[in-house]
Design a protein around this ligand. Sequence first.
Ligand code: PLP
Length: 393
Amino acid sequence: MKLNQNFEKLQESYLFLNIAQKVSAYQQAHPAGHIIRMGIGDVTRPLAPAVIEAMHKATDEMAHQETFQGYPPAEGQIFLREKIQSYYADRGVTLALSEIIIGDGAKREVGNIVDLFDADNEVLIPDPVYPVYVDTNLMSGRPIRYLPATEQDGFLPLPDGDTKGDIIYLCSPNNPTGAVYDRQGLQAWVNFALEQDAVILFDAAYESFISEEKLPRSIFEIPGADRCAIEFCSFSKTAGFTGMRCGYTVISNRLQIGGVRVNQLWARRQSTKFNGVSYITQRAAEAVFTVEGRRQIKETINYYRDNAKLMADSFRDMGIRFTGGENSPYIWHRCPDGMSSWDYFDYLLENAEVVGTPGSGFGQNGEGYFRLTAFGNKEKTAEAMERIRKLLK
Ligand code: PLP
């Protein structure tokens, strides 16, 4: 008996543990302190009333013989997939229902999709990056090539003559940098993938933060993407579902590899290892698309957007370069005076009692950078910016 040796290649995930330990040590030493947390990318606002109402109704249905629901269909309830279909149609993207598969969140879907690909494929992952892409490929023993994302390219690297990779990860709006690809940028990646017979895994978990009309919210807005891309979406950041768990994967019928339709393979994989998202949760997700639901989730997104704008304005005033803040809940900025990410973490904690996330936790190219999130309380966000302004003045 042998364990999967690939797990030895994983680095210990010290990032959030280290943050928690440092914060707790600081709190013990300063019991009267008022720490403001802007580190973790979790949401804080409650669910929309329309979502709560839908859940109550669905719960009642489960209580009666005539309306009780057992196992849900593995690929998701038709009523929810139809809503997602029209959500895409509003943006000019035509999807068949078979192209939309419901899951319990983008993290699991992004992690599980690698089951479909041979271990020999070379993976291309931007750095800095959401660490799940790296770890899930290490676990399945796939070689990884890192694509540096730097301040020079606005943290939006493009393919060039030296770029190689069979599986390409793109995340836009990006975690951690907040950078968003425009149409031209995504088109360059789609063209590259089509030429190289590569697949793009496009993580659109933060698409609802895009407010500029000209920016693409789905890779399927780009011609040719249906033949080379898989898109992952989530209700987590869109509608505060981080604790509810619901998302979806979109794979066009036109994405075929060696004559095999990739969405059929994905449906086969899902139905083998997953028994679907709960009926109550899918009814809750459906409510996000009603007129009331849309209005209510927009209010919440605007709340976070206002925080992000306030943060972006503060950094602009302070003359600190940053990405994100617009079309994204993250602000990614260079640590002042050439400080390392962890030195700046300590400096902010000890002098402003503000907690953020050191950029080095997202990859080698994140060193010297820092991530703050707009998912917090409005007053506390304003207070944190005031403290940072005083400190860095
Ligand atoms: N993708 C990215 C880029 C994320 O930052 C996150 C969560 O922070 C996820 C996916 C996970 O989303 P979900 O809650 O749908 O699993």
